[in-house]
Design a protein around this ligand. Structure first.
Ligand SMILES: [Zn+2]
Ligand SMILES: [Zn+2]
Length: 401
């Protein structure tokens, strides 16, 4: 083992207890999007104590901390999101959430903890680091497809300027992999997500005289069934794409033809071509069905976020770092891109990026509740694992070895 790997491994192992204490403290005091005041305060104080240059209030509650190495070199960033989600914690552990209806069920408490750990490992090596490492502590990742996300807010507030990172690394707790392992994937790592709302306009009439009206519910039913046929008949079976309508609203009475029905859904794709083909086919399907029924229609797309695409060179770099610090057996090649989305992608639109899957399932049994489950919890062995892989990856990117 090289001296660098040795140093990283022993510092990460030595801080395990500290990492667990921090993670549990954050877990007990979760904060919702753009309300991460306590979390941001803890982060800022820790970063200042480590000697980093700290900017707070970057995109409301975001924190940017810059570690300047003793030598000149490149600039790289690590992003960690800080917010919790609005559900009740149903776990029975002594570090359960103390805030009603707010829980770290997406593991962002672990993200903040791991990033703080990486900053501590690197701060100790400041004298031998060429270049700079920017830590991006982001608010408001759990926005869904409505409203401005924390990544967008931070970028607008100048988080990627002075200094401007040449590459950005990110990571997410991954319940599908055991603690002590990480997952790497070249290319698509998270889906792009768009939101669609469409209205079908008909004409009301008494249920006893349906020929005098135009039934929007009937046309809507046909639309939904046909829309779900677009993917299997327009895309190759190997292409991961998801279309789902979670809300359908319309009608006022059991005996009246509905004159207006609205459906709201989400489209998840992994590349630009599929995204535009799907938008075209969805539009054609809705308007053709509605005209066949002599009804009007209107479609509104809210363009969400593009997919997270892992850069080839950075993937190689992280894979090798993981092989070296964890071992090949603990480095999982991710075969299928999940169809969840991550606003991390906004940080890597103009520069290469890499997003790591940090295994958090029970290291022995492999059990773990899914993300956003009201009993979601992690095996805390994942914390030093994340610190090791990410510290080595960042240092190698800067050429510290
Ligand atoms: Zn989440
Ligand atoms: Zn998350």
């Amino acid at each position: 083992m090289s001296e660098l790997i040795d140093n990283i491994s022993s510092s990460a192992e030595a801080m395990t207890k500290k990492l667990v204490t921090l993670r549990r403290d954050l877990h007990m005091h979760p904060e919702l999007r753009f309300g991460e005041k306590r979390t941001a305060d803890i982060v800022a104080k820790r970063m200042e104590k480590l000697g980093l240059n700290v900017r707070t209030g970057v995109g409301e509650t975001g924190v940017v901390a810059v570690l300047r190495g003793a030598k000149r070199g490149k600039c790289v960033a690590l992003r960690a999101d800080m917010d919790a989600i609005g559900i009740q914690d149903h776990k029975e552990v002594n570090y359960k959430s103390t805030v009603p209806k707010v829980t770290h069920a997406c593991g962002h408490d672990a993200h903040v903890t791991v990033a703080c750990g990486v900053a501590e490992v690197l701060a100790k090596m400041q004298k031998s680091i060429p270049g700079m490492v920017v830590f991006l502590f982001q608010p408001g990742e759990e926005i869904g497809l409505e409203g401005r996300s924390g990544a967008a807010a931070m970028i607008e507030a100048g988080a990627l300027k002075r200094p401007s990172p040449e590459a950005v690394f990110g990571f997410h707790c991954w319940p599908g992999f055991k603690a002590g392992t990480v997952g790497v994937a070249e290319g698509p790592a998270m889906a792009g997500a768009d939101s669609i709302t469409f209205h079908v306009y008909g004409e009301g009439a008494h249920a006893g005289t349906p020929h005098l009206g135009r039934d929007a519910i009937l046309a809507m039913s046909q639309c939904i069934v046909s829309l779900y046929h677009i993917i299997p008949r327009n895309l190759p079976p190997s292409e991961n794409t998801t279309l789902h309508f979670g809300i359908v609203r319309g009608g006022i009475s059991r005996a009246i033809l509905a004159d207006r029905v609205t459906a709201i859904g989400t489209l998840r794709t992994l590349n630009r071509q599929t995204r535009s083909l799907m938008k075209q086919r969805i539009g054609e399907t809705i308007s053709n069905i509605c005209s066949a029924y002599d009804l009007g229609s209107e479609i509104k797309w809210t363009l969400g976020i593009p997919p997270v695409i892992n850069n080839k060179d950075l993937t190689r770099l992280v894979r090798q770092a993981s092989h070296d610090v964890l071992g090949k057996r603990r480095t999982i090649e991710v075969a299928h891109c999940p169809m969840t989305a991550e606003d991390f992608t906004l940080f890597i639109q103009d520069r290469p990026g890499f997003h790591l899957k940090l295994g958090v399932a029970d290291a022995k049994t492999g059990r773990c509740h899914p993300l956003h489950h009201n009993r979601f919890d992690i095996d805390e062995k994942a914390l030093p694992t994340g610190v090791k892989v990410l510290s080595l990856a960042l240092l190698r990117y800067l050429g510290a070895e």
